[in-house]
Design a protein around this ligand. Structure first.
Ligand SMILES: C[S@@+](CC[C@H](N)C(=O)[O-])C[C@H]1O[C@@H](n2cnc3c(N)ncnc32)[C@H](O)[C@@H]1O
Length: 260
């Protein structure tokens, strides 16, 4: 699977604007951040900046790495003091100065063999006591994942990159201490057309009109399983917030062990 940037229109119109995910993610992040204010913060792939609002309120200095230039004017308006870097994160050399590096729903756009090196680079760029926070959808048991499995024959056309999260979390444990929180959210589509469009163009990431036409009848049939009493169509999903922190210095660890 190649690296790419999801076209802004598809994602914003067919997914972002149809879900409560950002509110729920913000609620969970507030619990993690508590009252903490981070000095230097890097938000990787902020998109339109919805969740960046919260990140900004916990940051003294904010840097945004966003390769999709269509987002830049909006980001400049909302975060006038932030530094915007118009590059792909994996190609960007980091200064080693961050207290928080936040990568929310952006790793899918980076080849999966570069997930770990990219996270290692991020972890190495953290100041003492810093945190790397990664947010990703968990496909394993959700309706979203089931939809992807049903159409796994289309996988070769899908440019999303993904590593099952238990496996990925295990890999991250090599760097530091890892804690994670799972949250559920729903994508609600107003009618059957919206449902089929969201499934074909975002979930399955098809960009060939020919393939879209070919699979449309099947997705329309599947849609009936997702229909709610109010006539709308809902897809339930789950995501995970993974926090990687530096191990405490050995002396503190030893004191902790004595105390238990
Ligand atoms: C699904 S959006 C997530 C937006 C936001 N972080 C959130 O959680 O609401 C993914 C963002 O990652 C950006 N992106 C895509 N490829 C990237 C890359 N290689 N490096 C950094 N950001 C990337 C996209 O342009 C998009 O803005």
């Amino acid at each position: 699977m190649s690296d790419y940037i999801m076209p802004r229109e598809n994602f914003d119109e067919l997914y972002f604007s149809k879900t409560d995910e950002k509110q729920i993610l913000a609620y969970e992040l507030r619990k993690i951040f508590n009252d903490r204010v981070y000095g230097q913060v890097l938000d990787v792939g902020p998109g339109p900046g919805e969740i960046t609002q919260l990140i900004n309120s916990h940051a003294i200095h904010l840097t945004l790495v966003e390769p999709e230039t269509d987002y830049h004017d909006g980001l400049k308006d909302h975060f006038p003091k932030a530094k915007i870097i118009p590059r792909r994160y994996e190609a960007h050399d980091l200064d080693n100065c961050y207290d928080l590096i936040f990568i929310s729903h952006a790793l899918y756009f980076i080849s999966k063999d570069r997930w770990l090196p990219t996270c290692k680079k991020s972890f190495d760029a953290l100041n003492k006591g810093g945190q790397l926070i990664i947010v990703l959808n968990d496909h394993e048991k959700t309706e979203l994942g089931k939809l992807m499995k049903r159409y796994s024959c289309l996988e070769e056309h899908c440019r999303w990159n993904y590593i099952p999260l238990d496996e990925f979390e295990e890999q991250l444990r090599r760097f530091g201490s890892v804690t994670s929180t799972t949250y559920s959210y729903t994508v609600v589509l107003n009618d059957r057309n919206e449902f089929t469009d969201a499934v074909l163009r975002v979930v399955l990431d098809l960009d060939s009109e020919e393939l879209i036409e070919e699979y449309k009848p099947d997705v329309e049939e599947v849609a009936e399983d997702f229909k709610r009493e109010d006539g709308r169509y809902a897809i339930s999903a789950e995501a995970r917030i993974i926090v990687v922190s530096a191990y405490p210095p050995p002396i503190l660890k030893a004191i902790g062990q004595l105390a238990t």
